[in-house]
Design a protein around this ligand. Structure first.
Ligand SMILES: NC(=O)c1ccc[n+]([C@@H]2O[C@H](COP(=O)([O-])OP(=O)(O)OC[C@H]3O[C@@H](n4cnc5c(N)ncnc54)[C@H](O)[C@@H]3O)[C@@H](O)[C@H]2O)c1
Ligand SMILES: N[C@H](CO)Cc1c[nH]c[nH+]1
Ligand SMILES: [Zn+2]
Length: 426
């Protein structure tokens, strides 16, 4: 892996430049723009053509029939059913803690004010499926949607030559997805935004995907709501010489194998660990079935930065704002307050990143490409919207009318002032 050295400022500049190169790719932006325009204009016809071009799959019906979903559920192996059931149980119990309610308040006699929560009516879940199947992502997205009370949960995922993976269909059934459509990439995002003959237009699109999916969500934002930019996976690890280089390397590769554009990053105070991890990555890569993908990610985006002390390590990691951050230092929980920008934090040597991908229960859809600076993990709160309400008695309005009129006139908005004055008997 590339070893980066230099002052903290130099390292921060290097990681920022690398991040921008991955996140802003003009060729991807142009391709996505064209696909979205085509889907808006040509609907299903465009979707079927992109299925053939990008996924090499010719199907005439985009929707997966309910009978196929039921059969997948019935045929599921007991072992896989047990794993999905454990994951569902833990995801549900964690996300139940995120559920919130509106509020109502009366700060003055005659004044009622408050906020009510309404589940979104229809959401579209993007479930990746270009180079791997992601039943776990279905649980991570549909379970919070169900808990929030969303009535219509539509799922899109790239088509497969032999039909969708039965584990994907079973996970969708288990999680309560209502409709499944076989289409992926930017075209799927376009379909959910504009609606086509087969696919309904939704209120919000949520879920992760590769750089085409992430770019498409960015471009449709405004026509539809989106959750966040959840693109190619990332792992940042902070470790000192107490860490096991074999485990650190394995964790870096666990995310590198998602996508050639994934980012695997180690920041360490130990040159000896840097050297050992670099060698362990090379040797573990040899036996990884998804070697080509992981190797591309490690070669193009991977790096090990050597810093003088742990404080600098956190400073650099906060600049990177990784999707996943592993702390492989003694007493890891004592560093929680040093972390300002990360999607999810994995504390200590046993909290390997895949624990969170599959069974721990916290979500696994997180912001990428530095957007953990301002986005949060996917949660129940992403599936509800808030509406405020106000009621005033005549007496309460009379006591505050002067302030309203003064502020309205200050803004030169006499119509606003009049609407109050018409209600005040002088
Ligand atoms: N951030 C998160 O929370 C999170 C969670 C899970 C997975 N992921 C990421 O999801 C992604 C899954 O990627 P994937 O590729 O396997 O599946 P995907 O479903 O995201 O993308 C596959 C689709 O990309 C489109 N595509 C591929 N090449 C194209 C091209 N040259 N031009 C236009 N469109 C093209 C095709 O339409 C294809 O169907 C990975 O990047 C993984 O790291 C992220
Ligand atoms: N690590 C991914 C998020 O970047 C989530 C995932 C699903 N399956 C395996 N991993
Ligand atoms: Zn993963």
């Amino acid at each position: 892996m590339k070893i980066l050295t230099g002052t903290l400022t130099e390292l921060q500049q290097q990681v920022t430049t690398r991040q921008q190169t991955v996140a802003q790719n003009p060729a991807v932006q142009t391709t996505v723009q064209k696909i979205l325009a085509d889907v808006k204009l040509n609907g299903d016809k465009a979707l079927l053509a992109y299925n053939a071009t990008f996924d090499d799959v010719a199907i005439s019906d985009l929707r997966v029939p309910q009978a196929q979903i039921n059969a997948a559920m019935a045929d599921l192996s007991p072992k896989l059913l047990a794993a999905l059931t454990l994951a569902k149980k833990n995801i549900t119990s964690f996300h139940q803690l995120e559920m919130s309610q509106g509020f109502i308040d009366s700060p003055y006699p005659g004044v009622i004010r408050g906020q009510k929560l309404t589940p979104l009516a229809a959401v579209g879940l993007y479930v990746p499926g270009g180079t791997a199947a992601y039943p776990s992502t279905i649980l991570m997205t549909a379970i919070p949607a169900k808990l929030a009370g969303v009535k219509k949960i539509v799922m899109v995922t790239p088509p497969q030559a032999k039909g969708l993976n039965p584990a994907v269909l079973a996970a969708a059934k288990l999680a309560g997805v209502d409709e499944i459509y076989q289409v992926g990439g930017a075209q799927a995002i376009g379909a959910l935004t504009y609606g086509t003959e087969s696919i309904p237009k939704v209120d919000k699109i949520l879920g992760p995907g590769n750089r085409y999916v992430a770019e498409a969500k960015k471009q449709v934002f405004g026509d539809v709501a989106i959750d966040m930019i959840a693109g190619p996976s990332e792992i940042g690890i902070i470790a000192d010489d107490s860490a096991d280089p074999v485990r650190v390397a394995a964790d870096l590769l666990s995310q590198a194998e998602h996508d050639p554009n994934a980012r695997a990053m180690l920041v360490t105070t130990s040159p000896a660990l840097a050297d050992a991890v670099s060698k362990a990555v090379d040797s573990q890569l040899l036996s990884l079935p998804r070697k080509a993908i992981a190797q591309a990610a490690i070669t193009n985006q991977g790096f090990i930065a050597i810093v003088p002390d742990v404080a600098s390590a956190f400073c650099l990691m906060n600049t990177i704002a990784p999707e996943h951050l592993e702390i492989q230092l003694p007493n890891p929980i004592t560093y929680l307050n040093e972390i300002h920008n990360a999607g999810s934090v994995f504390l200590g040597e046993n909290a390997a990143e895949p624990v969170g991908d599959y069974v721990a229960g916290p979500n696994h859809v997180f912001p990428t490409a530095g957007s953990a600076r301002f986005f949060s993990p996917l949660g129940v709160y992403d599936f509800v919207k808030r509406t405020q309400f106000i009621q005033y008695s005549a007496a309460a309005l009379a006591t505050q009318a002067d302030a309203i009129v003064t502020l309205a006139q200050t803004e030169g908005l006499d119509g606003h002032a009049e609407a109050i004055l018409k209600r005040i008997t002088r």
